[in-house]
Design a binder for this molecule. Structure first.
Ligand code: FES
Length: 109
């Protein structure tokens, strides 16, 4: 049985949506399943679109492995301004430590 946590998505207008998420899914999968429209994910998680750009805070970013070269390269092409802890949501696999953390979404992808 898969483990469930809750995850908060903070939209660009400040609204926060709290959703159930499964450990092992990605932050992108969970956004799509829950109609978080600010995560577009055009390429379906294949690391070729950068339309799943999200912002993390420092504590949340520390729960994931560092982005690899391919992800950093794709982030260069992100439509919204990049921040220190910008990531591509399709590369972020949910762990139970992520419970109740907040993922911020940019206003455009
Ligand atoms: S969904 Fe395309 S890079 Fe993440």
């Amino acid at each position: 049985m898969s483990q469930e946590i809750v995850l908060n998505y903070q939209l660009s207008d400040g609204t926060v949506r709290t959703v159930d998420a499964r450990v092992g899914d990605t932050v992108m999968d969970t956004a799509i399943e829950n109609d978080i429209d600010e995560v577009v994910a055009e390429c379906g998680g294949n690391l070729i679109c950068a339309t799943c750009h999200v912002y993390l805070d420092e504590a949340t970013a520390a729960l994931f492995d560092e982005p690899d070269e391919a992800e950093l390269e794709m982030l260069e092409g992100a439509a919204a301004a990049r921040r220190e802890y910008s990531r591509l949501a399709c590369q972020l696999v949910i762990s139970k430590e992520l419970n109740d953390h907040t993922i911020e979404t940019p206003e455009r992808q």
